[in-house]
Design a protein around this ligand. Structure first.
Ligand code: ACM
Length: 645
């Protein structure tokens, strides 16, 4: 029997050099001995132009830690702007005398504050706690700025309405991860969620339908999720006052919200309310994600769209506005005499070009108010209007081509950035899904530097965002489960330069980071304990029935139920496992022996390990797995391990 002992991050040497629990990892961290102690009524000094940032920090110290804070009389916490620093960059210096944060701009200062918060007790993220009388902060000098300017999340409030308080919470969560763009998918076939005063029927459609169906509730694993495309999911919309409130909250957090008003397709709700603006003039009947219904291109339909965009632009002060453009089958335009006539009159060659023309008309309309139009990958199918920003989701080759052609690109690839995908092959985890597994590690390793983009065009890749489509995520807690902690990995993939990324260090920091999510009451997916075991063709020897994989478990084991889940990531075939056990100081303390298969169709690959008594601190605890490598020797995978109760 040959034991493959995989060396993982939490060795005692690594523990000694445990990194500061900052996520995303800064560009440089210079840690010194000693600490800064602040007590009494702590003064925060800032110029008037930085009052928003000072108030944010003051509120966290007061509400989270129960400290007394003064904002108007100077003091040991000094906030300022240093024009030499890069946009969104900051310098944070903690000395025995106090804290100084300088930002390249107010956003940079805000991110410096976020880093400072990560050096404080995790209660700083909560509501009033009377416990702390004094702050003790390590002496450190940090210089930092982001690798990419677009660090986004997308939220689909159309398929299932997401309440205002949840959108606010998601913004708070984005801010602590230094994510700065929320792409808000507000309209789709299943619901129109934005109040448009001129067209009130838009938000009336489907309100009498249930907000979700029992069969879609992913918390009930006995019922297979069965989303019905094209069925209205009523139960809510945002009034214009709601939107103003959300946008104001986002602005305080240095997050820009980009609304999406989708055309020419994904529009059954729109045409059910106002069939007169559709190509057929009729209420849609085909219930499908690829609904055939398209907007008409006559003057009244175009003015209808412009009216909607005018009200939308008045609500969202940001620069970008998204026009959708994805998944628009062209059948209705092909069959419409009127549309065919328009194509000829306009000198266009195809329906794809008509979509480009329509996009261009609307882009020109919003440009009058200084806005820039954004669209999904499909807007490249005809011709791209000058200045349009593209979000490729299907092909990174297209992304590279678009960037090389001079257009800005924001990467949204399905794998690994569609977070409506499952996170492991553990069948109890497949709450939502669409595809997968797109693991925490895969998200962490996501790299925006596409190697087929010319060196002088790399600046056209603005960054990336993860998508939270909600067809199969009816409730906020499901969105939280899918988004966290993967959004922490996304944050580091976009903020931290490639040379500073290190998954093992990230996993160590994440153990502390999820305590912040606990304080913020986030239903995140529980971490795998310590670093999991991983395998690849380099580490498994073929044709063995008795392959042993073993790696240290990085958490104290308390009595309770744990799960080990070998998950295949890629390769021609998965591995079989026969037994997985927990070993403490050489003694097996829990074991589950059964045959389980990893692979794209996993079978029984969940191993239940029940720990009866607490394992003494300092014990050497490992997870040991017995695999059969007659097949699957070209596979790659990892064994997750986590507490389930
Ligand atoms: C998309 O997933 N249809 C952009």
């Amino acid at each position: 029997m040959r034991a493959l002992f995989l060396t993982l991050a939490l060795s005692s040497a690594a523990m000694a050099a445990e990194p500061l629990p900052i996520i995303p990892q800064p560009r440089s961290v210079d840690l010194a001995d000693g600490s800064c102690k602040l007590s009494g009524d702590i003064g925060i000094s800032a110029a008037d132009s930085l009052k928003n940032e000072a108030a944010y920090l003051g509120a966290r110290l007061k509400n989270g830690l129960g400290l007394a804070v003064s904002l108007d009389r100077g003091g040991p916490i000094k906030l300022s702007i240093a024009p030499g620093l890069p946009p969104e960059g900051y310098r944070l210096r903690i000395t025995p005398q106090g804290v100084a944060i300088e930002g390249g701009d107010s956003a940079g200062l805000f991110y410096g504050i976020q880093t400072l918060l990560q050096l404080l007790p995790v209660q700083v993220y909560g509501s009033y706690s009377p416990k702390q009388g004094m702050l003790e902060i390590p002496i450190v000098a940090i210089e930092d700025s982001p690798a990419f300017p677009w660090r986004g999340l997308h939220l689909d409030s159309a398929r299932h309405f997401m309440p205002k308080v949840f959108v606010m919470k998601l913004l708070d969560l984005m801010a602590i991860h230094k994510l700065n763009r929320l792409h808000w998918h507000l309209v789709d076939s299943e619901g129109w969620r934005l109040e448009i005063k001129k067209y009130p029927k838009l938000t009336q459609v489907g309100q009498d339908q249930p907000a979700w169906y029992p069969g879609e509730d992913p918390t009930d694993h006995s019922i297979k999720a069965g989303f019905k495309y094209g069925s209205f999911h009523g139960g809510g919309f945002y009034t214009q006052d709601d939107v103003r409130e959300i946008v104001a909250h986002a602005a305080k957090l240095h997050i820009e919200i980009m609304p999406e008003i989708e055309f020419p397709a994904h529009a059954m709700a729109m045409f059910t309310a106002y069939p007169e603006f559709s190509t057929t003039g009729k209420v849609p009947v085909v219930k499908s994600n690829h609904s055939p219904d398209l907007i008409n291109v006559d003057e009244k339909s175009i003015n209808f769209l412009k009216d909607i965009l005018d009200e939308t632009m008045a609500l969202f002060p940001g620069k970008w506005i998204h026009f959708g453009g994805d998944e628009a089958p062209k059948g209705q335009w092909k069959q419409s005499e009127f549309v065919q006539k328009r194509i000829k009159e306009l000198g266009l060659k195809s329906e794809d070009e008509l979509q480009s023309w329509l996009f261009g008309q609307m882009a020109a309309h919003v440009a009058k108010k200084g806005k820039v139009a954004v669209g999904w990958e499909e807007i490249t199918h005809g011709f791209l209007p000058e200045g349009a920003v593209v979000m490729p989701w299907l092909s990174m080759d297209t992304a590279a081509k678009v960037a090389n052609s001079g257009h800005p690109v924001i990467l949204c690839p399905v794998g690994p950035l569609y977070f409506d995908s499952y996170q492991t092959t553990d069948p109890t985890d497949n709450q939502a899904l669409y595809k997968g597994p797109f693991t925490l590690r895969a998200v962490y390793q996501f790299n925006c530097d596409l190697n087929n983009v010319a060196a002088d065009k790399r600046g056209n890749i603005w960054g990336a965002q993860a998508q939270l489509w909600t067809e199969l995520m009816p409730k906020p807690e499901h969105v939280e489960y899918q988004a966290f902690p993967r959004s922490a990995a996304l944050a580091e993939a976009l903020w931290t330069t490639a040379d500073r990324k290190d998954f093992k260090s990230f996993q160590q920091r994440l153990v502390r980071h999820v305590e912040r999510l606990d304080v913020m009451k986030v239903n995140y997916r529980k971490l795998e304990a310590g670093a999991p075991i991983s395998w690849s063709k380099e580490t498994i020897s073929p044709g063995r029935k008795d392959l042993v994989l073993e790696g240290p478990v990085g958490l104290d084991l308390q009595p309770g139920a744990y799960e080990a889940t070998p998950g295949y990531q890629d390769g021609g075939f998965g591995l079989w496992f026969d037994r997985i056990e927990l070993v403490a100081d050489g003694k097996v303390i829990a074991s589950d022996a059964h045959r389980g298969f990893t692979g794209s169709n996993p079978k029984d690959a969940v191993y239940k390990l029940v720990v009866e008594t607490a394992v003494p601190k300092g014990s050497k605890v490992t997870l040991r797995a017995f695999a059969d490598s007659h097949e699957g020797t070209d596979s790659t995978g990892e064994i997750g391990f986590r507490k389930v109760k």
